[in-house]
Design a protein around this ligand. Structure first.
Ligand code: F6R
Length: 357
């Protein structure tokens, strides 16, 4: 039930702090330590390479997951779009483990890959919001997102739940390998949940940004570097699917290799700046587009913020910033769609789960 909310999407955005807190509880043992089914952890640590397979928003969560698993658990990870994997299969390592990320657990493109990798005898783990879903039943192992039903076609709380589960998996796998992490993931996720709450309370600011930058524009660019790049891909997808504004996410350094030709006077460019090691370089990219007339909107993180930033998100652990930085992008997409008179929950041409290949 959406209660007093005009749209499920807004309700589901608001539920994100609660979902993160619920996940912290669900993936904790009696001693209060982070815990994941030992068979899953063993399967991960026996693999020489992980292959994450997913579509759309779940694919974007997989990109963030790669960063978390490679950094913390030191296991190489490849992330693949399911429909591409099916028809253009990469060379597999000797001991691969497949991780299927799917909110619905019913996506036909992902299932086609699962069927194929099972034929090859590969082990599989599904990360899904729907217990008993096809991908969950057919994989060897399942981790649940515990996000509650996601009704809006545009995925929000499932994306953040996917990243949180991947972060916990990365931390547990690291520990099982004897890698000493200097991060208490449970505590950091608690900080993330609080930050998300602060962000959800700042809706009016995101509404203003949507009104100022996106009310009449034909297109919009999103840029980011490092993990921010993965988040801007998601921000652009959210905006295009519900507001029908042509939007693309780019790696900041890649713009000058072609795309900058599209920048005109007033073109909105939304830039994320949550990573210290690329803070100056992404700001350099913003200057490049401003010099061509772009209308920049920098969303940075506390501690890295500079004058003229349009919005500053609360500080969270640098590896977990996507969980916070995506929230303003979800809200900006929501308000842009709302202002443009779109049906936020049921965008044209789209279904909640794509059950054809
Ligand atoms: C975007 C969106 C889609 C899905 C994609 C995969 O908001 O919802 O891109 O993420 O169709 O769906 P699942 O995760 O159910 O496999």
């Amino acid at each position: 039930e959406k209660g007093t909310y005009p749209y499920y999407m807004l309700k589901e955005i608001d539920e994100q702090p609660l979902v993160i807190r619920r996940l912290i509880e669900k993936y904790r043992n009696e001693q209060g330590e982070l815990a994941i089914d030992e068979d899953i952890v063993q399967a991960i640590n026996e693999a020489d390479r992980l292959y994450i397979v997913a579509c759309g928003t779940s694919y974007h969560a997989g990109l963030v997951g790669k960063q978390l698993i490679e950094n913390w658990a030191k296991i190489p990870v490849e992330v693949h779009i399911a429909s591409e994997f099916s028809y253009n299969m990469p060379l597999l390592s000797e001991k691969p483990l497949f991780i299927y990320i799917s909110q619905s657990g019913e996506t036909a493109d992902s299932r086609a890959v699962l069927v194929r990798t099972k034929e090859l005898g590969c082990k599989s783990l599904t990360i899904t919001n729907v217990p008993g879903s096809t991908l969950s039943r057919e994989a060897d192992y399942t981790l649940l997102l515990h996000a509650g039903p996601e009704i809006a076609v545009a995925s929000t709380k499932a994306y953040t739940a996917q990243i949180a589960v991947l972060a916990m998996l990365a931390a547990v796998a690291a520990k099982a390998k004897g890698i000493a992490l200097d991060v208490d993931v449970t505590k950091e996720l608690g900080i993330v949940a609080n930050a998300m709450e602060t962000l959800c309370d700042a809706k009016h600011e995101m509404e203003n940004i949507a009104r100022e930058y996106l009310a009449t524009t034909r297109n919009c660019f999103f840029i980011g570097r490092a993990v921010d790049y993965y988040v801007v891909l998601e921000g652009a997808l959210k905006l295009k699917e519900i507001s029908y504004i042509q939007a693309e996410g780019f790696a900041g350094g890649e713009l000058k290799h072609g795309t900058i030709a599209l920048i005109e006077k007033g073109t909105p460019v939304i830039a994320l700046a949550t990573q210290e090691h690329v803070n100056l370089s992404i700001r350099g990219n913003v200057k490049e587009v401003v010099a061509r007339g772009a209308n920049p909107c920098i969303i940075s993180m506390k501690g890295l913020d500079m004058e003229d930033d349009r919005f500053v998100i609360p500080a969270v652990h640098p590896m977990l910033t996507p969980l916070a930085s995506v929230v303003p992008l979800q809200l900006i997409a929501y308000y842009a769609a709302l202002h443009r008179g779109c049906d936020v929950d049921k965008p044209r041409n789209l279904a909640k789960s794509v059950t054809v290949e």
